[in-house]
Design a protein around this ligand. Structure first.
Ligand SMILES: [Zn+2]
Ligand SMILES: [Zn+2]
Ligand SMILES: [Zn+2]
Length: 261
């Protein structure tokens, strides 16, 4: 029997500063509760024995150690904000086979920016051990990866662009402030939505908690997990007020689904 399990591990559930925020003494930042301690936003998908990373956050090394990650078979980048990309150098030791390049996917703009900002990785000279080996591919439409279809979902992130990704009935949408009309057909029939929900008050680049809950309702998703959380969010105190089917993400959270082809 073919194993059609897809698992998603929340490697990091925090906004760009992480939580606690350096220099902040608020109640959440001083909380001892592990679920109030959030590394920068990232996730790990696994299916068919493969590890597919979504973003290489600033905290990637720490996240990889915590998850026991010993290889990365592909990377899906959402966009190029520092909190989602700046752990890229730590892919160095995680190629699936010695010397093999890790396939990396993103929008045309994302791939171009990674190539420009991290030019040392792609210059081809210098000691190979001192840079990750990556094979960049720009994507704009669904593509097959290790037997599953991965669908990029274009999102608005303030006045910038971002890709969410869908695999089967699972969608991971961060960072975003709006799902454009043209992307809504890509989000029909979801069973699990992981979605950006920065805080309670309005922000021009991120959904608020209420906006994320409204999106989950509009998409009729039975289970939604709110991520990219800031220090306004107390996992226990505010979690008690969430509607049925909505929960806050936390670092190390594991979600599994059965997926068809
Ligand atoms: Zn972010
Ligand atoms: Zn704080
Ligand atoms: Zn961003």
């Amino acid at each position: 029997m073919i194993d059609r399990t897809v698992s998603l591990t929340i490697l990091g559930s925090g906004t760009s500063t992480g939580v606690p925020v350096l220099g902040c003494g608020c109640d959440v930042c001083r909380s001892d509760l592990p679920r109030n301690q959030r590394t920068r936003c990232s996730a790990l998908l696994s299916w068919a024995g493969r590890n597919i990373l979504i973003d290489t956050s600033t905290d990637f090394r720490q996240q990889g150690l915590r998850a026991g990650l010993d290889r990365v078979d592909a990377v899906l980048f959402t966009h190029t904000h520092a909190d989602h990309v700046h752990g890229i150098d730590d892919l160095r030791t995680l190629s699936p086979a010695r010397g093999a390049a890790i396939p990396v996917y993103g929008s045309h703009q994302t791939v171009e920016a990674i190539q420009r900002v991290f030019s040392y990785i792609f210059q081809g000279d210098g000691e190979p051990g001192y840079r990750p080996r990556l094979q960049l591919s720009a994507v704009a439409a669904p593509f097959e990866l290790f037997g599953q279809v991965v669908t990029p979902v274009p999102l608005e992130h303030g006045d910038g662009q971002c890709f969410g990704y869908r695999v089967g009935p699972l969608a991971y949408l961060t960072d975003c402030s709006r799902v454009p009309e043209s992307s809504l057909p890509l989000l029909v029939g979801l069973e699990l939505l992981v979605v950006d929900a920065l805080r309670f008050t309005a922000h021009d680049k991120h959904y608020t908690i209420d906006e994320a809950i409204a999106l989950a309702g509009a998409l009729d998703v039975p289970r939604a997990v709110l991520t990219h959380l800031g220090h306004d969010v107390d996992y226990v105190r505010h979690g008690a007020d969430l509607p049925a089917g909505i929960e806050f993400a936390y670092d190390g959270q594991q979600l599994t689904l059965q997926v068809g082809n």
